[in-house]
Design a protein around this ligand. Structure first.
Ligand SMILES: *Cc1c(COP(=O)(O)O)cnc(C)c1O
Length: 414
């Protein structure tokens, strides 16, 4: 395969170079992808336009928890494609009630409000918490406040970036939506000090994914639960990335025995097939809505519900959670051996989810990611020198070990 002088690297062939050059010319540069152009995928593996195979250790930021083209999910989607795909919410359809019922049950909650993307579900959570604050808690109109954590990632809409602490995500997009108070993640005292009688919700990721797979100190989530309950404030858990099996439990909150007032779900809920997100909560909270007050043309569409129902059925057996826990223990045991020597300074995470800090002398996170790509492993760096590992939960232990061997190899040679 011929190589080019393009900046995408020497191993890159013509098909790859052309696809990337064309994408650069015709798409906004709001991402900086690794120079690989995927054309097919199955399970934990992807194949590029040159026919090279790669182990996917990112899994679409956990949207692909069940692997690429999981047969059960593809079958469910195909069957629904043959029946009806979209009705809008102007009419009922025969998948909707069951999806909502089953999702509420999986969450131990009562009601569901389906949307499409994670950011939309967060927007929905914000609107819901405010409305609950005014109608149920009795906060004076227009004065509701929501407490969030530094280092958060909840999506990319204007309201959501308004309470981001990442200058890249936020700068240049003002004016910002008011009504948010930011406290340090993991700091119970700071949270307690920030809560006032105007506070309607505390919105947190039980593990901060984009921040580098940060696990809060033990007892933090339980303390947040206790505090929010005592102060009549909703505990909103953004489990878009941490939920649905990734950490070895259905929800990351479970590791501390915590049940929030509201789950925000997305990513894996659509099985890597379609975008499906949802807010799941009690009848008291989601009961605040009346017709016309919120909605989405595609939210809760038949195809989304059919795929989502299959995702829920797969999670109900517990086998994916058990697998994530077992392989996760193995992953963290293996990564732990690289700490101190072997180029790793710190490892965090739970289940099949790890943030791996690389000693700077071994290169930036981006450089490590590129060297892993050359060895057939796809990962994503975050915040300079952290590599995030989140393989599909269906990965075999052999493949996981092979991927880790490539990481050891990259660190050894750099
Ligand atoms: C990905 C993510 C979001 C946003 O989801 P989109 O579907 O990209 O809008 C929100 N919160 C968390 C924790 C996420 O990981």
């Amino acid at each position: 395969m011929s190589t080019t002088s393009s900046p995408v690297g020497q191993v890159t062939g013509q098909g790859t170079a052309q696809a990337i050059a064309s994408a650069e010319a015709h798409s906004a540069h709001n991402y900086h992808p690794l120079p690989v152009v995927v054309s097919s995928a199955e399970g934990a593996w992807m194949t590029d336009v040159e026919g090279r195979r790669y182990l996917d250790m990112l899994a679409g930021y956990s949207a692909l928890n069940f692997g690429h083209r999981n047969q059960r999910l593809i079958d469910a989607a195909k069957a629904q494609l043959e029946r009806v795909t979209l009705t809008s919410r102007a009419f009922h359809h025969d998948r909707f009630a069951r999806f909502c019922e089953q999702l509420a049950e999986l969450c131990g909650m009562e009601m569901v409000l389906p949307m499409n993307t994670g950011a939309e579900a967060i927007e929905t959570a914000v609107k819901t918490a405010r409305k609950w604050g005014y109608e149920v808690k009795g906060v004076p109109d227009g004065e509701a406040r929501i407490v969030v954590a530094s280092g958060n990632f909840h999506g990319r809409t204007t309201t959501v970036v308004s309470f981001s602490t990442d200058p890249e995500a936020r700068a240049g997009f003002g004016p910002y939506t008011p009504g948010f108070d930011v406290v340090p993640y993991g700091d119970v005292a700071a949270l307690e000090a920030a809560v006032t009688d105007r506070t309607v919700a505390v919105l947190l990721e039980p593990i901060q994914g984009e921040a580098g797979v940060l696990v809060p100190p033990p007892g933090y989530l339980a303390a947040v639960r206790e505090l929010t309950r005592a102060r009549n404030v909703l505990f909103v858990a953004d489990e878009i990335q941490s939920g649905l099996g990734r950490t070895g439990r259905t929800f990351a909150c479970e590791h501390e025995g915590v049940v929030p007032d509201m789950y925000v779900l997305g990513k894996a809920l659509g099985g890597g097939v379609v975008p499906v997100s949802a807010v799941v909560s009690s009848a008291e909270v989601l009961g605040v809505y009346r017709p016309g007050e919120h909605g989405s043309t595609f939210g809760g569409n038949p195809l989304a519900c059919a795929v989502g129902l299959e995702v829920i059925a797969m999670l109900r057996t517990g086998e994916f959670q058990e697998r994530a826990a077992r392989l996760g223990d193995h992953l963290h045991e293996q990564l732990g051996r690289l700490v101190g020597h072997g180029g790793v300074t710190q490892v965090r995470g739970r289940g099949l989810w790890a943030g791996v800090d690389i000693a700077p002398e071994h290169g930036t996170g981006r450089q490590i990611s590129e060297r892993l790509m050359d060895r057939g492993v796809l990962v994503k760096d975050t915040h300079g020198s952290t590599i995030r590992l989140a393989p599909p939960l269906v990965i075999s232990q052999e493949d996981l070990d092979w991927g880790l061997a490539q990481l050891r190899g990259v660190l050894a040679e750099s």
